[in-house]
Design a binder for this molecule. Structure first.
Ligand code: ADP
Length: 250
């Protein structure tokens, strides 16, 4: 994934300015930085939940929402965008499950309706996914009958059911009671250990970031001010703002 000269403005507020970075396939990259520094906006741009004001994002070489054609920046057609966008899954802070559907139906909804996979096949795969996140016995439950941690694990299974190349994790444990955080992070650790899925992670769980990431990017006011391997970033950061930020949250 490549961000090239990315500009994002909300009205007059420039949130990301001339942002350039790339993430290799299979890499796990954590974005840290103060609230409002633009981390979530980066994930939302990748999910095409926000429109790019300027620049380009590429997924495995394919432009995501704008392409360069004859020296011009042109918006891609919705069909082209959704083809690329399908390769990316996201898990949100607030689970965002469909409350009126069973756990299983939550997981098979997109594979059946977006990818057009046969329902029986989707069900079989979904059951495997749910086992993978430790919820093999909850397929018929409804989200309201589950704890927050279980709901978040359903959301992870749902994202994985689309077999994404890239998984975006936006503060996935922030809404959970402390005792439920461990199980969710355990599932994500397993995923990191057993697959080569690319992960872009926004989290305040620094131990988790340290354990799973290859690289940490420190954001401040829409810029990457420091980039390092987790061992270095969390023990010996270079930038004063990084030190202050880490001292405040650790
Ligand atoms: P972070 O994830 O680092 O906390 P965000 O990406 O959520 O930061 O926000 C970056 C900035 O963009 C903030 O100033 C925020 O107010 C602004 N912002 C985010 N989403 C919107 C929106 N939909 N409309 C207007 N401003 C927004």
């Amino acid at each position: 994934m490549v961000f090239e000269d990315v500009l994002k403005q909300f009205g007059k507020n420039t949130v990301l300015n001339n942002l350039n970075f790339s993430v290799e396939q299979g890499e796990r990259v954590t974005l840290i930085g103060p609230s409002g520094s633009g981390k979530t906006t980066i994930l939302r741009l990748l999910m095409t939940l926000e429109d790019l004001t300027g620049g380009y994002i590429y997924v495995d070489g394919d432009p995501l929402s704008y392409a360069k054609r004859d020296g011009k920046r042109v918006k891609l057609r919705p069909k082209e965008i959704s083809r690329i966008r399908r390769r990316i899954g996201m898990v949100f802070q607030q689970f965002n499950l469909f409350p009126n559907m069973s756990v299983l139906d939550n997981v098979i909804e997109a594979p059946v309706h977006v990818l057009g996979i046969d329902k029986d096949e989707a069900r079989e795969k979904a059951e495997k996914r749910l086992e993978q996140v430790g919820l093999g016995d909850k397929t018929n439950a409804h989200p309201t009958q589950l704890s927050g941690g279980q709901q978040q694990r359903v959301a992870i299974a749902r994202a994985l059911a689309m077999e994404p190349e890239i998984l975006l994790l936006d503060e996935v444990t922030s809404a959970l009671d402390p005792e439920l955080v461990k199980d969710v992070l355990g599932v994500l650790r397993d995923l990191a250990d057993t697959t080569d899925i690319t992960m872009l992670i926004v989290t305040h769980e620094m131990q988790f970031a340290r354990d799973v990431s290859n690289r940490v990017l420190m954001f401040d006011q829409g810029h990457i001010i420091e980039e390092a391997k987790p061992d270095v970033m969390f023990t010996d950061p270079t930038h004063r703002r990084t030190r202050e930020f880490l001292e405040a949250i650790l």
